[in-house]
Ligand binder design. Sequence first.
Ligand code: G3P
Length: 214
Amino acid sequence: MKFFLDTANPEEIREVASWGILDGVTTNPTLIAKEKKGFKELITEICSLISGPVSVECVSSKWDAMVAEARELASLASNVVIKIPATIDGLKATRILQTEGIRVNMTLIFSPSQALLAAKAGAAFVSPFIGRLDDISHNGMDLVDQIVTIFNQYNFNTEVIVASVRHPGHVVEAALIGADIVTVPYAVMEKLIRHPLTDIGLEKFLQDWAKVKK
Ligand code: G3P
C-alpha cells in the first residue's frame, strides 16, 4: 500500500518523508490557499522534496482549457500529476493528456460509475472522497470497495487513491479492501503510529532499565 500526504505544506512533507514511508503528495486548491507562497514556486518546491507523484489540481472547467493548464503544470516537474474533476470535460481532457504521457488523477469521485469512466478515459489514478460521503451519512468505504472490485474485474491499471481521510480507521479499512493508495493529512498520519499502550510500555521499560546495573 502506498502512502501519500494530503498537504501543500513543505515542512509536513519533509517531516513525513524523513519517516521513510512517504510515496507521494496530493494537493488541492484549498490546501494551496493555506500556504503563503506563490503557487508555482510552492509546487516546484514540493516536487523537489519527493520523487513520487505530486497531484496538482487543474482549475479550468472546459476540456481545452484544462488541457492547456495541465500541460503548463506538467512542465513544472516530471513528477507532477494533474488532478482533473470527474466531469464530461474532465474525461475529454484526461484522454488527451493520457495520450501525451501526462498522468491524471481524476478527483472528486463520489460514485463507482465516475471511477469506471475515469479508468476508461485513461486516468492513472482516481480519488474517491470518502470522508465527504461519510459526512452526508453515506458509507465512503463502500465506494472504495466497489471501485476496487470493478478495477480488479477488468484489470484496469488505474490506481485507487482513498482521499478525504479523516481518521486512522479509514486507513485500516482501505488497507483491508486492498486500495492501492491512501492520501492522509499530517494530523492523521501522526495518529497512525501513536498508541497509549506503546507510550506506557516504553515508559515502564525505561524506568526498569534505569534500575539495571551497567
Ligand atoms: O485529497 C482530497 C482531500 O484533501 C479532501 O479532504 O477533508 O477536504 O474532504 P477533505
